[in-house]
Design a protein around this ligand. Sequence first.
Ligand code: ATP
Length: 595
Amino acid sequence: MQFKDLATYFETIEQTSSRLVITETLGKLFKKLHADDIGKAIYLLQGRVAPLYEKIEFGMAEKMVINSIVMAMQLEKVAFVKDYQTIGDLGKAVEKYKNEVKALEERDPTINQVYKELHDIATAGGPGSQDIKVRALAHLIREIDPLSARYLVRIPTGTMRLGFSDMTILDALSWMLHGDKSSRPAIEKAYHVRPDLGFIAETLKTKGVEGMEQVKPHIYTPILMMRAERLASTEDIIKKLGECIVESKYDGFRLQMHYSRKKNEVRLYSRNLEEVAYMYPDLVEGIRKEAIADDLIIEGEAIGFDPHAGTFLPFQETVQRKRKHGIEEKAKEIPLKLFAFELLYADGVSYIQTPFKDRRKKLEKVIKRTGDIFKDTIIVAQENLVSDPKKLEIMFDDAISKGLEGIVAKKMDGVYQPGARGWNWIKFKRSYSSKIEDTIDCLIMGYDFGKGKRVDFGIGAFLVGIYDEKEDKFCTVAKIGTGLTDDEWRKLRDECNKYKSHTQPALYSVDKAMSVDAWVKPAIVVEIKADELTRSSVHTAGRVMKASKSGSAFDVDVPGYALRFPRLQKFRTDKRPEDVTTLHEVEKMFKDQKH
Ligand code: ATP
């Protein structure tokens, strides 16, 4: 397919706010594409030249892209920049000039050609590479038509964001096969093991939906991480799991380690699948020395270690290791240890379907250990077999007294459930005085400019929501206007402004009463603590409207869920928008709440 045709789909999608129409449009597009260009088209739809977890960035500031534009059409830079500022959108500005300056060189390239050139631009490095990037992009801009140019420049500037999620693409892939969503579960299951939409789409094109069953873990493709359910008492845990394996809940940050001896390369993925090995040279060295396998994927929690006292550090200190500068010095000051608790893949064999007790045994065999805490970097998390709630209680108190977060109980024969929050793992944390025993991770959906003193900050309240996984929608649970320090307000405003949107994103379900001055695209996840979950007719999480659908709060059949006294705890940069608390979880928390 030609890139020009793809651009017309970009335009249709950009103009629609209905998720269903977006899904069908994508489905039609996917049907037309071939196995050799569907993967690339999907990356381009996401404004990328690789899957989201691959760290390929363009390294082109907006200024450089402007240089490419003026070079391509030999424009007067000052005049172009002025015009661009009035239009307010670089894509539309370049399109306008392309329409005016008709170039002879337009040659209607294919998706594959544009993809390859963009990929070359993104991966160009070393001295003089900035100049090469500017020239190469100028060359491309010259060759394509005005509408294509509008979307092309949004790729290196990171402003493509067409407003759909990976989940919409999964639905559209099913739609491509049968014109409905019936294959979405099978496709999604494979995607959780290998979240590379390009690869998934190519496999569907060549092998059909049967090909999804053969999708196995792949070194250097992060597997979506399994998550834990929660229960409020040790009795309930034993009732649910029977005899189970219990581990401490370490309070650090989760990492998935991928290692290939042949390539001698270690990659570390955080919860949101970001590749972060460069931050943790000590862990990289540790796995190289301590792995007893040629290929390995393991998971664990990284915790700071005090090399003088031989003790572990609290989260606030461990988290100092998440940094982009001064990495080596900090690594000496706060070395990390990884408490490994999962083995997912070793020497060509996938372990995700292996019962947990056997996975654990194998995990112990693939890590070399001296037993000396000062020497070992990878420590296999200590396990205990428990079948008595009282014993579980004692273990929990013991964990708390050691400054840990609590415990995680694991089903003996439970499989690893990629991307799912399942009952094979149950977490039990210290209960708080408030009625909700856990925090809620929310997406920031928009904000109000603020009144009084807040006018200076440009933000006075922000709207947050949770994820309705069945509808693939973000639904509101609170508008928060208090409890932040001045610095937090400023930080929040700067973050929000990075993702500002002029229109309400297609995935948002918001009542008119909760409308905001500025919308924020799905990007920023925050952890919110609240006193209680209540019901509210103006929040859309779990809300059911009467059939009349006039859209007013008086037409509410079942009210939604809302947070009482919500407070911002922290920014969860390790989570993606789809990782926020789900409606299903909120419903459960509401039921479990102590009334
Ligand atoms: P929380 O805020 O409770 O950590 P979360 O949403 O970040 O919740 P959950 O899946 O609910 O993540 O809780 C499990 C998390 O606990 C894992 O992501 C992991 O980082 C951490 N953890 C610590 N120790 C263990 C362990 N032994 N087994 C599994 N997870 C553990």
